[in-house]
Design a protein around this ligand. Structure first.
Ligand SMILES: Nc1ncnc2c1ncn2[C@@H]1O[C@H](COP(=O)(O)OP(=O)(O)OP(=O)(O)O)[C@@H](O)[C@H]1O
Length: 255
């Protein structure tokens, strides 16, 4: 494996919001019954990095992201955000984290407006912060036209935008985005990439995607997973020179 990160054993179990490893997977393993979806997945993403999490369908990306965000208990291993263990220090980790899940927001009967207010409340945001941040996400995620429609009745692209809005609402330092441009039309894809690039100026981001041009445009780091195991991890410029080489590398390693 071409790895430039520290292995799980090199990662101290620190409880420190200034920790360099803002996202840390330490030996994450997940069994669904007899089936192993993730095996000993270890990597860390440093403050300010934008890392692409790539792999073929069913490779274990969403499973790993769910464990990293505390939505799914690992069979073995640990995950931490900003040095906070996502299970033992759940509140601190959640405060630092915005997560866009694979299938968008869960509250189908709520409108985006109700959902943002609900999310702000459960995150303990003040009334002033809530109003300002809601204005920001409505604008950045273009939610004005669907603001009062139930999320479950929105198109896939709009649901995705609502998911992105709830992920960034509390201005978290760390973002874990599971296929953030999936289902978006070309204009919205462009807008979502611009948003991610502007967020990347101040945040640590792990994003999964199947669009290699997106990786090249937005990410400095590549983590490739196949059959539940990390098979490549390093700076993109060292791993591939342009999208075509990235595509060749992907095919050669995952075919
Ligand atoms: N709840 C579950 N029960 C049983 N198997 C599951 C469950 N969730 C995922 N799997 C299986 O685990 C494997 C990894 O799935 P996962 O969704 O993590 O892959 P992925 O890399 O995100 O795929 P994709 O690119 O298609 O979204 C797949 O074989 C999937 O069928």
């Amino acid at each position: 494996m071409n790895s430039v990160t520290n292995s799980a054993s090199d990662q101290p179990a620190v409880k420190n919001a200034d920790a360099q490893a803002m996202i840390s997977a330490q030996g994450l393993t997940k069994y669904y019954g007899e089936f192993i979806a993730a095996t000993d997945v270890s990597f860390s993403v440093s403050r300010g990095q934008v890392a692409a999490f790539l792999g073929p369908n069913g490779a274990g990306k969403s499973t790993t992201m769910k464990m990293l965000t505390g939505f799914l208990s690992p069979t073995r291993g640990r995950a931490s955000i900003g040095g906070y263990d996502v299970f033992e220090d759940r509140l601190e980790a959640a405060q630092m984290l915005g997560y866009l899940p694979e299938n968008g927001p869960l509250y189908a009967e709520m409108t985006p407006k109700a959902m943002m207010k609900y999310c702000a409340r459960i995150r303990g945001m003040s009334a002033g912060d809530t109003a300002a941040r809601i204005d920001y996400v409505v604008d950045r995620c273009s939610l004005g036209t669907v603001w009062e429609k139930p999320v479950g009745k929105l198109s896939k692209g709009f649901r995705q935008r609502v998911g992105m809005a709830q992920a960034i609402l509390h201005d978290p330092e760390v973002l874990i985005l599971d296929e953030p441009t999936s289902g978006l039309d070309p204009n919205q894809t462009h807008q979502a990439r611009e948003l991610i690039l502007s967020l990347a100026e101040s945040k640590t981001i792990l994003l999964s995607t199947h669009i290699l041009a997106e990786v090249q445009a937005m990410c400095s780091r590549l983590i490739l997973i196949n059959n539940g195991r990390v098979i490549l991890d390093g700076p993109i410029e060292e791993l591939a020179n342009g999208v075509t080489e990235l595509e060749d590398r992907f095919r050669e390693l995952t075919a």
